[in-house]
Ligand binder design. Structure first.
Ligand code: NOJ
Length: 565
């Protein structure tokens, strides 16, 4: 089993392909808004299958599909009414399998959202559960006569007021950590746990290579369950049993977990030394400090967040991201820090949500400044970990603030400058979501024109993907922050058995020359993103010049170096 702790791997080519997620490039999309093939206004699996070559061209190696299951669609598909199907608006299981198979042929693994903290209130299990206190499904959900004394706060302030909803028919409250139409499953019930495994087994059998696991801490939380309504002594043990199940069914499948908690808590979800919990977790804290650094033009918040990251067992990995499909949450910053980021990038109330997040995309936040945008993506691909892209980032798509909530960043993919951005032939009024208008509309931002422009963001991201894939030390190596006097600059190295690379990023608009000490005299470092190389002086120091918002990746050229540059 490749993930077992006893296997010590060395970052050789074969190791990197076994622990494939450590050097993967993950791309997240929603089928509903990617490409509409049948002209009904909604993206579909058939459309996606016609874009697998585009994704291969971009170089991504893992496709994360947001929920595509049958759903009333009141929370962008995160309200599921059947775990074993495909929403008919998007196609059917046959179309899904075609996508997985085509992707695999192009070297792309598919992972799917596993949303088992809750179902839709339209799921037959919940309908049965709420029908009577004697229903066989009653204990599949969390019911109480009264909410607990100190209930958890709602995840969606302003949209929900409580996490407990009174149900008239049977006179009890049910738990819903998210919307009231998303009742929480009762994970202490062994029948629920069996079903979760069955759902995972089903999609694995259809070819997926794992799961992005939604809302993990909520899923495992058993606080609200009244005594006598289930038993599960240690929820983390349950997570480990899911890991073991996954390993039994597939030697290469992963769980990429959504755990927005303090780092110390995140550690336990990785499972400890044996790496027998979640395989990967998003680094929410790194992401939030990246934005604080951008706001201050000061690399230190990000540097500190990276330095404080716990070192993980070999099989585990951090997933880096600068945007996802939700609000850009700043909940782990202090109120003062949060206000700094709001002031810099989302000063207007209609750009913020829940008092903690931003509903804009990166380009507009950075006023479309290509130098700054590229610097951020250069960071995304050179920070220790695995980069995760949200569709449309590769071309610099903007948002639709008029949507007023998280939907703002879930607009259709912009393929061409034609009507509906080439997303669909349907009348605009029939689209699953309106196209972005204004300066970021398809007329100005689209795949087709950027594919033909070598200087485009799309080509730049392709180059980053290529260099990242050829630099396994970024995903595998040891991270070291380099001491240098300029607070606006982040300088770090990643080193492993295959070599060492150095990255420098300038958060300020002012050019900078930084001197870094590498303790390797007369050693050559080759630029990976442009022509050129530099050599350390006799004391092992390098002087590196950076433009405003500049960035450089350099690879140490070892004796008998055989890697291509
Ligand atoms: C987390 C998802 O990322 C978010 O979009 C969703 O609303 C909640 N989980 C509830 O499923």
């Amino acid at each position: 089993m490749v993930q077992s702790a006893s296997t010590v791997l060395r970052m050789r080519i074969t190791d990197t392909s076994d622990l494939w997620w450590k050097t993967a490039v993950v791309y997240c999309l929603d089928v509903e808004t990617y490409l509409d093939w049948n002209g009904d206004g909604t993206g579909d699996f058939e459309g996606l299958s016609h874009r697998i070559d585009y994704l291969a061209e971009l170089g991504i190696t893992c496709l994360w599909l947001m929920p595509f299951y049958p759903t009333p669609n009141r929370d962008d598909g995160y309200d599921i009414s059947d775990y074993y199907g495909v929403d008919p608006r998007l196609g059917h299981l046959g179309d899904f399998v075609e996508v997985v198979r085509t992707a695999r042929d192009r070297g792309i693994r598919v992972i799917v959202d596993l949303v088992v903290n809750h179902t839709s209130d339209q799921h037959p299990w919940f309908k049965a559960s709420r029908s009577s206190r004697d229903s066989a499904y009653r204990d599949w959900y969390v019911w109480r006569d009264e909410p607990p004394e100190h209930p958890e706060a709602t995840a969606f302030p302003g949209e929900e007021t409580s996490t407990w909803q009174f149900d008239e028919k049977t006179g009890q409250y049910y738990l819903h950590n998210f919307y009231h139409f998303q009742p929480d499953l009762n994970v202490t019930n062994p029948l629920v746990r069996d079903e979760v495994a069955k759902v995972m087994g089903f999609w694995l059998q259809l070819g997926v290579t794992g799961f992005r696991v939604d809302a993990v801490p909520f899923f495992l939380d058993t606080e609200g369950v009244e005594p006598g309504h289930g038993q599960l002594k240690n929820p983390l043990e349950y997570l480990k049993s899911l890991h073991a199940f996954l390993e039994r069914r597939s030697g290469e499948a992963i769980m990429l977990g959504e755990v927005n908690l303090a780092r110390s808590k995140q550690l336990s979800y990785f499972g400890g030394e044996d790496a027998d919990g979640l395989t990967m977790q998003f680094d929410f804290i790194g992401m939030q400090n990246l934005f604080l650094s951008l706001a201050r033009q000061d690399a230190r918040p990000l540097a500190a967040a990276l330095a404080k990251r716990p070192v993980l067992p070999q099989a585990n990995q951090w997933a880096n991201f600068v945007r996802n499909h939700d609000e850009l949450t700043l909940d782990k910053l202090t109120p003062k820090q949060r206000d700094e980021v709001f002031a810099a990038f989302a000063p207007d109330a209609d750009e913020q949500i829940y008092g903690r997040g931003i509903i804009r995309r990166l380009g507009p936040m950075l006023l479309g400044d290509p130098r700054r945008i590229r610097m951020v993506y250069s960071l995304l691909f050179s920070m220790p970990g695995t980069p995760v892209l949200f569709y449309g980032q590769e071309i610099g798509m903007g948002e639709d603030l008029a949507r007023g909530d998280r939907e703002a960043v879930r607009t259709p993919m912009q393929w061409t400058h034609d009507a509906n951005g080439g997303f669909s032939d349907a009348p605009a009024s029939k689209l699953a979501a309106p196209m972005v208008s204004g300066g970021y509309s398809p007329e100005h931002v689209n795949v087709a024109s950027q594919r033909h422009d070598q200087d485009s963001l799309l080509h730049f991201i392709r180059r980053l993907v290529e260099r990242y894939r050829a630099s396994a030390e970024i995903g595998w190596g040891d991270f070291t922050l380099l001491d240098q006097p300029n607070n606006s600059v982040l300088a770090h190295t990643m080193s492993g058995d295959e070599g060492r690379m150095l990255a420098v990023h300038n958060f300020s608009a002012e050019p900078a020359v930084v001197t870094v000490a590498l303790y390797a005299p007369d050693t050559r470092f080759v630029d990976l993103l442009r022509d050129g190389s530099v050599t350390t002086d006799t004391r092992g120091r390098l002087d590196l010049s950076l433009e405003g918002y500049g960035y450089r990746w350099l690879r140490q050229v070892g004796p008998n170096e055989k890697r291509l540059f």
